[in-house]
Design a protein. Structure first.
Length: 751
């Protein structure tokens, strides 16, 4: 791009000007050696011309660099002013033959002093872009530099001034220059140590240039005699070399990169620098006491500014700490604060009772009245809890509609009494947006146990107890390990079940079903078992809760359906025409994932879809009736039959029997087992069978335990019998033999 080509050209020009600058410095050295035997006037003229060319080159180089380097332009312009001031003072001194202008200090001496001040400003601005917000770092640097100047002036310049008397003040002023050079070099070193300036060749060039200044200024002091300037051309070349190094460092290309956070000066060093400044102001050392007043005052002002920043930062840190541990909405201790108190109590092994409160139905308040109303409820609940409990009890908000209560007691009675106080406070009538609400909450209670080493287990127990209280509507419950569905053992079982599904440890058992009219085998119900490597054969009641909690039901259902289809395909190949009933939980049935995979598996096995019966429970239709209706219609569209399992224990609406594509009703075993002893159960069974016949539905009676019940069911018109009286569940490889044995036995009876 044109802009990039222009920048490259400008950078090349900056580099060329640097080469020319060093050529002038070298040429000046050669000229000095060559003209050393010539008249002093010729040497002076050559010296002035060399300096003129040199300053023109370095100023042109800096101005060009400032044009193309916007990021460091302010620092470069300050350096330009420093060199321009020094050049102006040098020209004023060297271009005049007037005695007043060559007597030290000359009227142009203030230009040199101003040049050094600008040079200090450049060194500060040069790396300020790395850490523009770290004002404390720069104040610390001023304190250290000011204190160093005061200490040096007191220990070095003051004794010299005392020895030389008032006539020695020009010498002391001349001594300031090498001291300033060293102080500026130390400033660069301090910036490197404080990580405000990177340790690289640029920093080395700056230090080397300032040390060249110090050498030239010390030589100038040594040659100072009779109160007039006594420098030689080598001093001028040393100054020129120093400026060349400074300009070289300033114009060097640098890459922006991440920098570590600057380190702060140790407080003892700050106190020492401030003490030296106070001593200078109090004692006013003879000779240069007046000249040291400025650095001392600057040091104290910088120290005061740093102290004010430190106090403000401390206040901000305290405020931030309070905010970090306070809930913005309720002004109660927040989650971090509550967890910190729990950690402290556990670490000190102090008595600790912990309650976890969750508002019941809070989501409906948010959804109906809006989040502003919900926030008002949360604030009101927090206020009521705080007012109902003693100040020694900690009440905090963990987030959402969850609150925590901490007590320094493990007494179960006291914990329950406290929980009831909280519940009574929460249950008071609440008016929100003109609507009176009846709030309720569920509280889980636990206490620190001897084995508690961190808060994780404590929080888990309270959470379990809270959910149990919510499920049973008990209000408040103390954690009971016997009813903990989330114990470590069950969590371990869930992980083992995940591995069992992947490794094929699940096996299928089948319970035969008999046609009530012919007493011939018409189908089987598929029942999953887990062949656990250590615990043996486990029934579904042992692992289905863990599967539901851990989200394994879909994988489990897919594995079961795959095993069932494989068994059904093998039986069909051997000549057994069986109908297989397969249970499916509502979440998996309605997930939109299970059915497509089931249809694909049936098609791949080339089975008649009518040979599969999907058993669904009545709660499938309660939660999402429209979605359930569409899912069952999809099943029938693929010619898979549908059975209502455990009929009579759920919603038992006749509308879905009328409107949904159902082919089978399975009467719950609780009615079947009580039928011979309870007339009401018998009436329910009889009326259900009559209704099913009217709706052309097949009826299945499960839980048939003896011949008496079987005979009664046949008399009432049942279609299919299932239970231990018919056969116990059996492995898949025994089904075929059992069916053939049953057929043979039936034929012998008929014969």
């Amino acid at each position: 791009m044109p802009g990039q080509r222009d920048n490259h050209g400008a950078y090349r020009l900056v580099s060329w000007l640097g080469t020319a600058t060093w050529a002038v410095v070298g040429g000046g050295f050669v000229i000095n050696l060559t003209l050393n035997t010539i008249r002093a006037d010729d040497v002076q003229i050559a010296h002035v011309c060399t300096l003129g060319v040199f300053f023109a080159l370095v100023l042109a180089r800096l101005m060009l660099a400032a044009v193309i380097r916007r990021r460091i332009r302010p620092a470069l312009l300050v350096l330009v002013s420093a060199i321009a001031l020094w050049a102006a003072g040098s020209v004023m001194l060297n271009a005049s033959a007037e005695p007043d202008l060559t007597r030290f200090p000359s009227p142009g001496e203030w230009l040199f002093l101003a040049s050094y001040l600008a040079l200090a400003g450049y060194l500060i601005l040069d790396e300020a872009h790395w850490r523009t917000s770290a004002r404390e770092i720069w104040l610390e640097a001023l304190v250290v530099l000011g204190g160093t100047t005061c200490l040096a002036g007191s220990l070095v310049l003051t004794p010299l001034g005392t020895l030389s008397g008032r006539g020695g003040l020009p010498l002391l002023l001349a001594l300031l220059y090498p001291l300033i050079d060293v102080a500026l070099a130390l400033l660069v070193v301090a910036q490197v140590l404080l990580q405000m300036r990177p340790l690289n060749p640029r920093s080395g060039a700056l230090i080397a240039g300032l040390l060249l200044f110090a050498v030239a200024d010390l030589n100038f002091v040594a040659n100072l005699s009779h109160g007039t300037y006594g420098f030689n051309t080598l001093d001028g070349l040393a100054w020129a070399g120093g400026f060349a190094l400074l300009v070289e460092a300033a114009c060097a290309r640098r890459a922006e990169r991440a920098r570590p956070t600057p380190k702060s000066v140790h407080p003892s060093l700050m106190v020492l620098a401030a003490a030296v400044a106070i001593g200078v102001l109090a004692l006013r050392p003879s000779g240069l006491g007046l000249y040291l007043t400025g650095p001392a005052v600057l040091t104290l002002f910088a120290a005061g500014g740093r102290l004010m920043l430190a106090l403000r930062q401390a206040n901000e840190a305290a405020h931030a700490f309070a905010l970090a541990r306070t809930d913005d909405l309720t002004l109660l201790p927040n989650r971090r604060s509550v967890l910190g108190r729990i950690d402290n109590a556990l670490a000190e092994r102090e008595p600790l009772g912990f309650m976890l409160l969750d508002l019941d139905g809070f989501k409906e308040i948010n959804d109906t009245l809006g989040h502003a109303a919900g926030d008002s409820v949360l604030q009101l609940v927090a206020h009521r809890m705080r007012q109902a409990l003693p100040p020694t009890v900690v009440v905090g908000r963990l987030g959402g509609d969850e609150y925590a209560v901490l007590l320094d007691s493990t007494d179960p009675l006291l914990l329950l009494e406290t929980a009831n106080l909280v519940l009574d406070a929460v249950r008071q009538p609440t008016l929100v947006d003109g609507i009176e609400l009846s709030l309720s909450a569920s509280i889980g209670i636990t206490a620190r146990a001897d084995g508690d080493v961190d808060r994780t287990e404590l929080l888990r127990r309270a959470d379990v107890a809270m959910y149990q209280a919510k499920a049973t509507r008990a209000g408040a419950l103390i954690y009971d390990s016997h009813t903990d569905d989330f114990s470590r053992q069950r969590l371990r079982m869930a992980e083992e079940l995940r591995r069992a599904i992947a490794e094929g440890q699940l096996v299928m058992y089948y319970q035969p079903q008999l046609d009530a009219g012919t007493l011939q085998v018409c189908g089987v119900e598929a029942l999953v078992r887990w062949q656990h490597p250590h615990q043996g054969l486990l029934s579904p009641i042992a692992f289905l809760p863990a599967a539901r909690r851990e989200g394994l039901m879909l994988s489990l259902s897919e594995t079961v359906s795959r095993l069932v289809i494989a068994d059904l395909k093998r039986w069909r190949a051997s000549g057994l025409e069986l109908r297989v009933s397969l249970n499916c939980a509502p979440p998996e049935l309605l997930s939109g994932v299970f059915l497509p995979r089931l249809f694909e598996a049936v098609d791949a096995a080339e089975l008649a879809p009518e040979s599969l019966v999907i058993e669904v429970t009545e709660d499938t239709f309660i939660t999402e009736p429209e979605r359930a209706r569409a899912t069952l219609a999809e099943l029938r569209a693929h010619h898979i039959q549908i059975a209502i399992d455990d009929y009579g224990t759920g919603f038992s609406s006749l509308s879905y029997l009328r409107d949904l594509p159902v082919q089978e009703l399975k009467m719950d075993r609780s009615f079947i087992s009580a039928m011979t002893t309870d007339s009401r159960s018998r009436s329910i069974v009889s009326s259900t069978f009559q209704m099913a016949r009217a709706l052309h539905l097949r009826t299945v009676a499960e839980g048939v335990e003896n011949a008496v019940v079987a005979a009664d069911l046949i008399a009432l018109g049942v279609d299919v019998l299932q239970g231990y009286h018919v056969a116990r569940p059996m492995p898949a490889d025994r089904v075929e033999r059992w069916v053939r044995e049953h057929v043979a036995l039936s034929e012998r009876r008929l014969a």
